[in-house]
Design a protein around this ligand. Structure first.
Ligand code: MN
Length: 395
């Protein structure tokens, strides 16, 4: 029976993203999303498909070992499935419905770094937190600013987020108080997953970086703005950020995204030589944020000032080793348009205005019970490569 892929599916044969799933509480298996189905790669390898991949590689419950085999191996998996679907091969013994399975974190994340690479977002936040006249810090256009986050609180789409408590001090308060955040926010981001180790002391150049980027996910960097504002000087985000970071379950490969490459913004002043790059390295990914079903933002990954290749080059220029499974967040993705903002902080001007939802209710920040869904896809000449979604509810 040939596999039918709906025309508007995020998971067309041009995509074939990798993920980790289980049937209920069963063992975690590696799968490839195909339309509404999953091709059970673990089962296929156990049955003798892909003789160059050992069973152990696909039985660890994460993609790390498989990714570590290199892009030739993972690329061949995608090509083989693509041909099988095109040729109408009967794959029914290896197919499950996505609606029947539970998705898990796709990789075991070793380290997590979050960049700050959207000029619009950095300006908007700089105006609110610091000086409207000098919203961008002097370093911002010379290097992709980032902080080290925490991998232990990275969660897969569908996992609820508990409202964090912490120290809060507004400008009117003389001293801080302790309590639940009153300014819980989302951040619309993408993330990429490192697919190759570099050894300590060996920087990766922008031209080599593509070998180190396995693929991308959607990312929601949940943020407690009041906790963040009080704690962040001078070392940057800490407890206002590290209570939860959600990612989408399907890793869309770097290769599947290449047809959607576009030029990024002109970088002026000229960057240092180690940050120079060749070709179009931004990617046209349509992004959308819904709160309780109301679309509150439509942005695009192509707006980013710094590209992923530059982020890898900068991250490693001091010799820092990146490891397979590391996660790099893009930073909040905002566009110039006021309907393209990647956080409530920006939409509400720091809580001075509100966003109206379809049910007539208003939000400055997130309330308990609110559900935030970020979705994203690329589309060009009838070819669609999508990410699905990253979903999370506040409890
Ligand atoms: Mn962030």
């Amino acid at each position: 029976m040939p596999l039918i892929i709906p025309v508007d599916s995020d998971f067309s044969i041009h995509n074939l993203p990798f993920g980790v799933f289980s049937l209920g509480e069963g063992e975690k298996r590696i799968g490839i999303a195909v339309g509404e189905h999953i091709f059970d790669l673990t089962h296929a390898v156990e049955k003798g498909w892909f003789s160059n991949i050992s069973k152990e590689t696909v039985q660890t419950g994460s993609l790390n070992a498989l990714i570590g085999q290199g892009k030739e191996i993972t690329g061949n998996i995608r090509k083989t499935i693509q041909s099988a679907v095109k040729n109408g091969t009967d794959l029914s013994a290896y197919l499950l419905l996505q609606s029947d399975v539970r998705m898990h974190l796709p990789v075991k994340v070793g380290d997590y770094t979050d960049f700050y690479s959207s000029e619009e977002h950095a300006k908007n936040v700089g105006k609110l937190y610091r000086d409207p006249e000098n919203a961008l810090m002097p370093n911002w256009k010379h290097l992709p600013v980032a902080y080290h986050g925490r991998s232990s609180s990275i969660i897969v789409s569908g996992t609820s987020v508990k409202r964090p408590s912490g120290q809060i001090k507004t400008t009117e308060m003389e001293r801080p108080v302790f309590g639940p955040t009153r300014a819980l926010d989302f951040e619309l981001e993408t993330g990429f997953i490192i697919g190759k180790n570099n050894s300590m002391g060996s920087p990766v150049s922008t031209s080599e970086a593509s070998e180190y980027i396995f693929g991308m996910v959607l990312l929601n960097d949940w943020s407690a703005r009041d906790i963040q504002k009080w704690e962040y000087v001078p070392l940057g985000p800490f407890l206002g950020k590290n209570f939860a970071t959600s990612i989408s379950p399907w890793v869309v490969t770097y290769e599947a995204l290449q047809p959607f490459n576009v030029a990024g913004p002109i970088q002026q002043p000229k960057v240092l030589p180690y940050l120079e790059f060749e070709g179009d390295k931004n990617i046209d990914i349509n992004l959308q944020v819904n709160i309780n079903g109301t679309t509150v933002s439509r942005s695009n990954f192509k707006y980013m000032y710094w590209n992923m290749e530059q982020q890898v080059a900068h991250h490693t220029i001091n010799g820092c080793p990146l490891r397979i499974g590391d996660l790099m967040g893009s930073g909040t993705i905002s566009g110039k348009d006021e309907n393209a903002l990647g956080s409530l902080l920006e939409m509400t001007h720091g809580g001075k205005k509100h966003v109206e939802l379809d049910d007539g209710s208003q939000r400055k920040f997130l309330e308990d019970g609110d559900e935030v869904v970020i979705s994203g896809f690329c589309e060009k000449e009838g070819i669609r490569v999508g990410f699905g979604e990253v979903r999370g509810q506040i409890i």
